[in-house]
Design a protein around this ligand. Structure first.
Ligand code: G3H
Length: 525
């Protein structure tokens, strides 16, 4: 087994602390073993990576108390702190985080099987996201460093925190997606309880000390264990002001249900999607195939933005299928650090079996696997199967596969994919391949109302992170982007004063003496 020295697992990682009250607390209780589905030996065997705490309800509530005390109903040090001081804490955190790149990247590869290049990208993109968030927050702050006047009333309007946030991220982007929730939530003055995803947990270990020493006591609390054991009692306390979750709607719904004060709870959710590709008769097939390969199979299709169903016009479907299937078969499967690797081990136990079930169900209902290698099974992987013709009664049409299987349907009339999208519970993005503007114009005008991003001749994706990332129906709640996330994790709040000498003297005095952190017209540079 040829594992480059830099990526070998030399020692087990025992993450035996959790963060509450600003301190890494040692955990002596039950631990969970962490295994990688990547083998270190030529006889296949999952690799033992280490252990993480299996905390109980008691520690979950301890973390909740810690976050609530730090927020202190909006009177805590953090929510009332000067914007520039919060920014300084975040800068301290990110500068330490940058020093942990190699460790985090290595764990991203082992824990979730992401390729070296994509793992590096995930890390770097997250660091950039933090810096961009800091800059954007400065801009928001500068924009509100003023008084407005309407109808004889002055208003000093800013964005303020909402309270205590429970933050839960997904395993496919255990660093990036989680931090895209946590970082804006914190910088806006909220306090947070963060539980890492089910895979990609150990990669938080190298960052624990930076969390501990960068923020005031109780602002960030990091707990490890099962979602049901930890998140449910936290929600049931009724003390959570925001649920920030990227994952599936079943857990999002269950968690919302357990919160007794529904209108107190704000939501930032990124949920399932079944983004379609629509290939029109005049599409440039070379370009379409390249984009559909990356759209369906980057990170083995384990992306919420992945293309999860392809609609090809009947005039081009045969040619598309032939060339697409051939290209899928050329993709290299291997370990994340292998050169040229595109397909990598699946981190979830039972995932290959699930994908096989989808394939079997489709075959039984009339589809064929049209690529030679489709369904080849390894201990920790199943080679992507291209399925055609797929019909609406098949599971692969209805379920979000989140893995390497590609359903293709042919269409004659554009209303077919449009009706299917309208009927679907999801509404994140779509990719449209074609050139004729007479056809594209009305199509675009409809699609923008069915989803939240129409990708013209390119696959679906979240980035660049400055653009809005959201979805309709069951795909999302609230909008994320560098700018929008800061809005989503805050609320407009203001001081109003009637224009009279009595009030104006008070406001002037507040501004001159700089005694309030809220009332300030200072510009942060
Ligand atoms: O899993 C969903 C991610 O937000 C997708 O992000 O399009 O950059 O891979 P991406």
């Amino acid at each position: 087994m040829d594992i480059p020295k830099a990526y070998k697992i030399d020692a087990l990682i025992h993450q035996n602390t959790y963060l509450v009250e600003g301190q890494l607390k040692h955990w002596n209780g039950e631990m969970s073993e962490v295994y990688s589905t990547i083998s270190s030996t030529s006889d296949y065997k999952p690799t033992h990576l280490g252990t993480v705490p299996n905390l109980s309800e008691k520690e979950a509530l301890e973390a909740l108390d810690s976050a609530c005390s730090a927020y202190a109903n909006g009177q805590g040090l953090w929510p009332t702190m000067k914007v520039e001081d919060r920014i300084a804490c975040m800068e301290k955190f990110v500068s330490q985080m940058k020093t942990k790149r190699d460790e985090v990247v290595k764990l991203l590869m082992w824990e979730i099987g992401k390729t070296l290049a994509d793992s590096q990208k995930e890390f770097d993109r997250t660091v950039d996201y933090i810096y961009d968030t800091i800059e954007e927050y400065k801009q928001i702050d500068r924009d509100s460093a003023k008084f407005e006047k309407y109808d004889g009333v002055y208003a000093h309007i800013r964005r303020g925190p909402l309270g205590v946030v429970l933050c839960l991220g997904p395993y496919n982007y255990p660093l990036n997606e989680t931090f895209c929730l946590l970082i804006p939530a914190l910088i806006m003055g909220n306090t947070a309880i963060f539980k890492p995803a089910k895979y990609g947990v150990l990669l938080i270990t190298p960052l624990m000390e930076a969390f501990e020493n960068s923020f005031p006591k109780g602002v960030v609390n990091v707990i490890f264990g099962r979602g049901r054991v930890l998140a449910t009692p936290i929600m049931a306390s009724g003390k959570i002001d925001m649920l920030a979750l990227i994952g599936n709607s079943t857990s999002a719904n269950a968690l919302q249900e357990s919160h007794p004060r529904k209108n107190r709870l704000r939501l930032v959710l990124g949920l399932e999607a079944k983004n379609p590709a629509i290939i029109l008769p005049d599409a440039d097939l070379d370009l379409t195939i390249t984009e559909c390969i990356s759209g369906t199979l980057s990170f083995n299709g384990q992306r919420c933005t992945a293309l999860k169903i392809i609609y090809a016009h009947e005039n081009v479907v045969e040619q598309f299928n032939k060339r697409f299937a051939k290209q899928v078969d050329t993709l290299q499967f291997g370990n994340p650090w292998d050169e040229g690797v595109k397909l990598t081990p699946l981190p979830e136990a039972g995932k290959t079996e699930y994908i096989q079930e989808l394939i079997d169900d489709a075959i039984q209902k009339g589809a064929k696997v049209i690529n030679e290698r489709g369904g080849e099974t390894y201990e920790n992987f199943i080679f992507p199967a291209v399925l055609y013709p797929v019909t609406k009664d098949m599971r692969v049409y209805k379920e979000e596969q989140f893995g390497p299987v590609i359903p293709i349907m042919a269409f004659k009339d554009i209303d077919q994919p449009l009706d299917d999208m309208a009927e679907s519970n999801y509404g994140q993005q779509v990719s449209v391949f074609g050139k004729d503007t007479k056809k594209l114009a009305p199509l675009i005008d409809t699609l923008v109302n069915l989803v939240c991003r129409v990708n013209l001749n390119s696959s679906c994706q979240r980035g660049p992170d400055v653009y809005p990332f959201t979805g309709r129906k069951d795909s999302a709640f609230s909008t994320l982007s560098v700018h929008d996330a800061l809005r989503s994790f805050s609320i407009r709040t203001f001081v109003a004063s009637k224009d009279n000498d009595y009030n104006n003297d008070i406001i002037k005095d507040l501004l001159d003496k700089k005694t309030s952190n809220f009332i300030s017209t200072d510009y942060i540079l």
